[in-house]
Design a binder for this molecule. Sequence first.
Ligand code: KIV
Ligand code: NA
Length: 266
Amino acid sequence: RKPVTLHRLREMHAAGEKIAMLTCYDASFARLLDDCGVDCLLVGDSLGMVLQGQPSTLPVTLDEVVYHTKSVTRGNRSAWLIADLPFGSYQGSREQALHSSVALMQAGAQMVKIEGGGWTAETVRFLVERGIPVCAHLGLTPQSVHALGGYRVQGRGESQAMTLKHHAAELADAGATMLVLELVPGALAAEIGALNPGLMTIGIGAGPQCAGQVLVLHDMLNVTRGKLPRFVRNFMAGASGIEEAVRLYVQDVKNGRFPDPERHSY
Ligand code: KIV
Ligand code: NA
């Protein structure tokens, strides 16, 4: 297939075609996911938990995300490639965020993802003005897990919802083109998407009314042990193998069969 560009993603968004994203950390899976039609690959700092066995994403370093981004870049042929700015790699200053983003882009990323709202808008503007496409991330932002008091649904209640909407609008104004919404009520995610038509909302536990969806690869392939969040679906159930599971995921996202508003949403 032709390379997925930001222009192509915007066309899909405008046409109402859902964007299918998965996390990816190595070359072999990059090739497989790309072959199965996954639109966007995210080198997430979830690699700390998934690959390293850390209790959170906080220990992940910029060098580690760079390493995995290089691997994914070698395996990928056409998917849009996003890399996470890890904890401590962007909070210091706009310049620090730029230097970290340059490292990710030079490793092969086409877009960087940054957690948080409010103060981050200024950083997003700084990066976008310098030619770096940015995906923002609101709701449950795992790098702030200790401040948030655990992995819990965000944006419940009037004032939390207002703050989230305000942050999303600021990030859109700053030039962010994508916005991951994690663990927020489906109705709120839908409203944020409707209020910011220029922003492609990518949901994870944020209901079906987002421009696209993302899951952690090892979760949807049923590799992750232990209790999984309710928003995860095991795509290996009923699939003959990994490739079919990934194709089912892409198909179900595109057809609106995942997420299920009853079982995978809040
Ligand atoms: O690191 C990650 O995997 C993520 C996604 C869950 C959005 O940030
Ligand atoms: Na992340």
